[in-house]
Design a protein around this ligand. Sequence first.
Ligand code: ADP
Ligand code: MG
Length: 253
Amino acid sequence: GAAGEALLEVAALTKHFGGLVAVRDLSFTVRRGEILGLIGPNGAGKSTSFNLITGAFAPTSGTVRYRGERVSGLAPYRVARKGLARTFQHPHLFNDMTVLDNVALGTYARTSAGMLASALRFDRAEERRAQAEAYKQLARVGLTEAAFARPSDLPLGKQRLLEIARALAADPEMLLLDEPAAGLRKAEKAELAALVRRLKADGVTVLFVDHDMELVMNLVDRVVVMHYGELLAEGTPAEVRANPKVIEAYLGS
Ligand code: ADP
Ligand code: MG
């Protein structure tokens, strides 16, 4: 498909947790090839939206469409197989495996029923292919030197890059990052931002969820702002930065 057309469409998405409405009537579009930032104060509903898009939660109402096809309500691995890869705010890494093998596991997300199930079944040729792909992705994120380290031996910033490498190993068209910069040092944030820019240049569409307004504003093409579960504003970073409702929401939080 052409750059700029709708890749992911969130329509009237709503999620209740008992009496709490975490996301209410949320609609926005991610265009092919762009970096879209989803920001908002803590508790705004960003992670819930992220979880609704990636299949971790089923919506109370509303839909998520990817390439025009409904994905809301599908199991996470089925969403992943369609080309949407995600990372976790708290890295989900296997510390009894090498960094390289953690990335190799990501190659199976796209092709088989599940990461672990396929890891148990892979044959030698498939294993070599997976390792070659894993090296390629480690190089892409700048982690080749850590290939035989354990994830837990790496600083948080490198664990986040490792998570991204694993997501990339599935060859996704779209990458969803939930607070990838949380807890990172300044230099690590800069490294992360540079990687996301390179991914965009490679044609990967990115949904970047974060509460760090400065980081997001300097990185993304467009921004969606959530507040109390609802869409508060949408536009270019310059438009959103100048929006009085956004200023008030951030100053008030
Ligand atoms: P954000 O990521 O923007 O900080 P969240 O989506 O995590 O916000 O949370 C939005 C609201 O939904 C918060 O009030 C939060 O406490 C609530 N919430 C999130 N997940 C759950 C859950 N699994 N069960 C109940 N309430 C939840
Ligand atoms: Mg969150």
